[in-house]
Every structure is written in C-alpha cells, then in structure tokens.
Design a protein around this ligand. Sequence first.
Ligand SMILES: [Zn+2]
Length: 308
Amino acid sequence: MSTAYITHPDCLLHDTGAGHPECADRLRAIDAQLTAAPPDPLLRHYPAPEATREQLLRIHDADYLEWLESKIPTSGHTYLDPDTPVSPDSLRAARRAAGAVIRGVDLVLGGEVDNAFCAVRPPGHHAERHRAMGFCLYGNLAAGAAHALEQHGLERVAILDFDVHLGNGTEQIFRNDPRVLICNTHQAPLYPNVPCGGRGAASVCAPLPAGAGADEFRQAVERHWLPAVDAFAPQLILVSAGFDAHREETLAGLRLGSSDYRWVSERIVELAARHAAGRIVSALEGGYALTALGRCALTHLRVLMGLD
Ligand SMILES: [Zn+2]
C-alpha cells in the first residue's frame, strides 16, 4: 500500500497565542514521531495546496468567506468566537488545511496512492456553512467530500469522526444531503453541546459518557458505525481524525489509548477495502496532549500504510 502524507509549513503559521491548546507544536509533535521512525518508501510526501475560493464556496456561504477575510488582523489576534483566535497568516494555514484534503481526494481517486493522511491545522469539523467555531475556520473534510461529489462525481461518501467532540459543522454543511453519511463517536455532554443528528444530517450517533474507555468506544463503533457503513456502501471514506479522546487529554474525559486508535483505524481500513476499493482520506482534527497526539497519529498512519 502507498500512503500520501500531506502537509505544509504554512499550517504552522496560524498563531493562536500563548497557552492556546490548538498550537503549532501539535504538528511538530506528529512530525517528530514521523522523523524518529525509519523512512518508508511507501509513504509519499505531498505539499498541501491552498483551497480555492470556488472549492470553499461548495461548503461555505460567500458572506461568511468575506466576513472571515475582514476579521484577519494585520498584527496580533482577533477572536472569531471565545475559543477561536486568528492571526495575520491564519487564512493561509486554513486554505492549506482544506486544500490538503482536496489534494488527498484527487490523489486517492486518481489512483496515485491508496490512501492519504493530512497533517494540518486549523482543524475543521466544527466550522459550519456560515460560522467559525471551536478552533475551526473552514470545514476541511467537508471541502474534500464536496470535491469528491462535485468534481469526481461520486455518489456516496462516508465521513467517520472519532474526535472526542461532535463534528457539528460537518453535519450542518451536509444536512439533508443523502450522498453523505456521517458517523460520530463523541463524549456527551461536551462542547459543542448540540445534539448529534440535530442539524438534519444523515448521522450515526454514538455518544459516550465521560469516563468511557476502550470497551464502550469499541462497542459503539461495532454496533453503530459498522452496520451503517456496510448498508451505505461508500465509494470513499473520509476520516475526521481527532485524537482528543485519549486518556491523557485534559480538554475532555474519555479514556482511549493508542491501541484503540490502532483498532479503529484497522476497522476503517477493512470498511474501505470492502466498499471503497481501499480509498481513505484522513485529516487531523483535535488532539492536544502533545506526546499522546504524536504517538496516536503515527499509529493511525502506520495502519493506513499497512504496517501495523
Ligand atoms: Zn476535538
């Protein structure tokens, strides 16, 4: 199997200020794990292009794109919501983050690689069609899904989201769109404190209480995700890969470990093999405990590469 690793130095330039959990060190932590591992010819590095305005307009309103541009400061920070600061280079980073997923979709659907992982920030799954929130500016995975549907003519795309937070933005962007199946596992109650499926999306909901660990998580995936994805038979699987359900995270209260990320990644690879000719594009969402993040992202990547 060959796997694309898509990132860009511009993603480091989105500056959220001192002490903010969504920081450039997150990507450095993943990169450090990758550089410490022996180089593998099956991993192919690609630079993330910037998503174009046309590509972003598939998932966001024009008014929102203009508002976002107007909020970017020439120095320092402005806040899009209480959690979401932006700096002068934030939009460049955000366009690379969405562009990475789009590139991943092109590479995978073009048969150039089997699957792809996008090491990008800011994350995207909280961004709604007309609203930035929860560290997210553009719906990165949503941009990739829309590209697969509109540009490549796919009819069924599944988005699997194992971030500890509900991907409310992805749900809102694809509400009432039968071409997209969204599967969530998330802690509830927790930010963003909206009901799963409450945005009208075709969502599979598996809320988990604080303190839940490997057993509850794996049961939720087996009971809710696997039958739904089998019934939907997606032609492409996108993954909102947040690693913040890890037990070392302080922003949330689930108790997963790296073996759970290996396990869920293996299930996703099996689903993709069964329905989507193995085609997976995964992109980083959350994950703020830096050592755990680096380790778990590498574990996920190694499963995509067929190594673990
Ligand atoms: Zn999260």
